[in-house]
Design a binder for this molecule. Structure first.
Ligand code: G3P
Ligand code: CA
Length: 372
């Protein structure tokens, strides 16, 4: 009888130990996949500090580096395909000028080869490279960042949004990860003028790939506040989805978003976003903001004395997510108020209180977060 009692006690003890061990293991595995309450690294156009922006190789590299989200900027082709390109034009990152010399348009006084004037088949013929500009006098191409991947080396192509989502989902499967997509609807005002509803097409594709609501690893971002509000009030309800939404913020002078006024295209006025009370208005339709770094840390800041903007203070008070852009370690890209790239990350993650940063160097931000 005594032996039976002892056996029962031992069994209970073993079960208790096993249960606790299993709970601990669950915790470890949950923590390693669910990071949305934690600090985020957003791979800006992929690992674009090392490989041409938006190339499929740069996206694979960002995945391997352990970014939490990988960014896609999306524009539409003539035949309504969604392609991943930073600009509505192709001439900054491809050889379109050489392959299709007479297919440009005048855009605000500049010759531009627009993706919307080309079919996907034509775009797939192009060779993609690092971003460059062309010297007007010598006609020479000069890459934007001289220390990055050399111009027109190796072989890169423009990807469709579908190809990119399939790459990330495929790598998530083969690597046992849950890395997210972070999709920007580019220049909706322009697509509307061309008769295309880029927001609806983009969100529909995202839904078709299985993303449904805020708990899924997807962010939607847009620079156009009129369109961001429309995505919230019209596009998402129409598709029966509810994604995390980020209002990107630009300076009016950049001409990032244009608006028709009295039959003329004029820059959308972003001034209201810098006024007191603006973040409360944004919180009515978005989950967070994607501002340019100097919009959060003012120019009065010095090393050891970081001065936050009204925008940063209000966003913090309201619990609005802040995902500023763009963190680059290239020469001349680190503001004077930071000692080095790590210090810059420390200032934004820990003093400004941002949730995530867009960076061309996801490996460095991942390393910083691991070490801190
Ligand atoms: O979308 C946020 C970040 O990418 C900065 O904007 O101009 O690089 O698309 P941009
Ligand atoms: Ca972007």
């Amino acid at each position: 009888m005594m032996n039976l009692k002892r056996l029962a006690k031992s069994l209970i003890l073993i079960i208790l130990v096993l249960t606790q061990w299993s709970c601990a293991m669950n915790k470890i595995s949950t923590n390693s996949t669910v990071k949305d309450n934690d600090k985020l690294v957003i791979a800006h156009r992929g690992a674009s500090g090392y490989l041409p922006e938006h190339s499929i190789a740069s996206k694979a590299m960002a995945h391997a580096m352990g970014a939490d989200y990988i960014e896609q900027d999306v524009v539409m082709t003539k035949d309504d395909h969604l392609v991943v390109l930073h600009d509505p034009y192709l001439d900054r990152v491809t050889d379109v000028m050489e392959q299709f010399p007479i297919r440009s348009r005048d855009v605000f006084g500049q010759k531009r080869w627009l993706a919307i004037d080309f079919t996907l088949a034509e775009i797939k013929q192009l060779n993609m490279t690092e971003g460059f500009s062309v010297d007007k006098k010598t006609n020479e191409k000069k890459q934007g960042y001289s220390a990055r991947f050399p111009l027109f080396k190796s072989s890169f192509k423009v990807s469709t949004l579908a190809e990119e989502i399939e790459l990330i989902q495929g790598l998530n499967y083969s690597r046992g990860k849950d890395i997210g997509i972070y999709v920007e609807v580019k220049a909706p005002w322009f697509h509307h003028l061309e008769g295309k509803d880029i927001s609806l097409a983009t969100l529909k594709m995202i839904k078709d790939y299985g993303y449904k609501n805020k708990s899924d690893k997807v962010y939607i971002q847009c620079f156009d506040p009129i369109e961001t509000k429309r995505i919230k009030s019209e596009v998402m309800p129409k598709l029966n989805v509810d994604y995390k939404l980020i209002q990107l913020i630009a300076e009016t002078s950049w001409g990032e978003t244009m608006q028709l006024k009295d039959g003329k295209l004029v820059p959308y006025n972003y001034d209201w976003l810098f006024e007191k009370g603006a973040m409360k208005k944004v919180a009515e339709y978005a989950d967070g903001i994607g501002p340019w770094k100097p919009m959060l840390v003012t120019e009065d800041s010095t090393q050891g004395n970081i001065v936050l903007s009204v925008m940063a203070k209000e966003a913090n008070e309201l619990g609005l997510k802040m995902h500023p852009y763009t963190f680059r370690k290239d020469e001349g890209r680190i503001p004077d108020y930071a000692k080095d790239f790590d210090d810059l990350l420390d200032i934004f993650y820990n003093q400004v209180g941002v949730e995530g940063v867009f960076t061309d160097f996801p490996d460095l931000a991942v390393k910083f977060l691991e070490e801190n």
